[in-house]
Write a protein that binds this ligand. Structure first.
Ligand code: GRF
Length: 193
């Protein structure tokens, strides 16, 4: 049995997906670093309290290249092999994505290829869709555009608001992400870059 794959989770906010991932690695993966572009992110405080290694730096003031260089160094120092974005609200540069090609995955709150970008729940409701959901996908230079690794559907109910739908989708995210990440790290395609 090989050692668990060392995963970094990148968060910008409350980090509920990160908490779910942290509790579910088993023999497949371990959380080697929780990193954030928002030093005040609630998810970071939780990670610190769990004794997880953390990295926090705001790009404000130093600019994106310096921020990403520091992030990249922290990832390498922590021996990170795979990056899981979980509510990370900043676009990674093409250079960064190229350096980590095939090794970054993300969870997005829509059934891709529908509703890339923001306000996914409002857009699904406005379109009159009967189902919504979430997708885990490989991160490429195209926003929310990489290969889809797994999806979960939930119904859109009469009277749903973006908030009520977001809550239902978030519960589906928590069910979906750990299993897809475990499968992704075991599959090993990312090792070939
Ligand atoms: C999730 O809905 C995720 O799909 C989106 O941002 C939200 C993050 O929530 N990208 P959390 O920080 O994991 O609680």
């Amino acid at each position: 049995m090989s050692a668990p794959v060392r995963v970094a989770v990148l968060v910008s906010g409350r980090g509920s997906n990160m908490r779910t991932l942290a509790g579910a690695g088993g023999e497949a993966y371990q959380i080697a670093l929780v990193a954030s572009d928002k030093p005040e992110a609630a998810g970071l405080a939780w990670a610190r309290a769990q004794g997880l290694a953390t990295f926090a730096l705001s790009p404000r003031g130093i600019g994106k290249p310096a921020y990403e260089a520091a992030l990249d160094a922290a990832l390498h120092d922590a021996g990170v092999e795979v990056i899981a974005l979980a509510g990370y609200m900043r676009l990674l540069s093409d250079d960064f994505v190229a350096r980590w090609r095939g090794r970054i995955i993300n969870i997005h709150p829509s059934l891709l290829p529908k509703y890339k970008g923001l306000d996914t729940h409002a857009r699904a409701i406005a379109a009159g869709d009967a189902v919504a959901g979430c997708s885990v996908h490989v991160v490429t230079e195209e926003l929310d555009g990489g290969a889809v690794l797994g999806q979960a559907e939930v119904p859109i109910e009469a009277g749903d608001t973006p908030d009520t739908l977001a809550e239902r989708v978030l519960a589906a995210e928590h069910r979906l992400y750990p299993g897809v990440l475990a499968r992704f790290v075991r599959d090993g395609a990312w090792r070939k870059g």
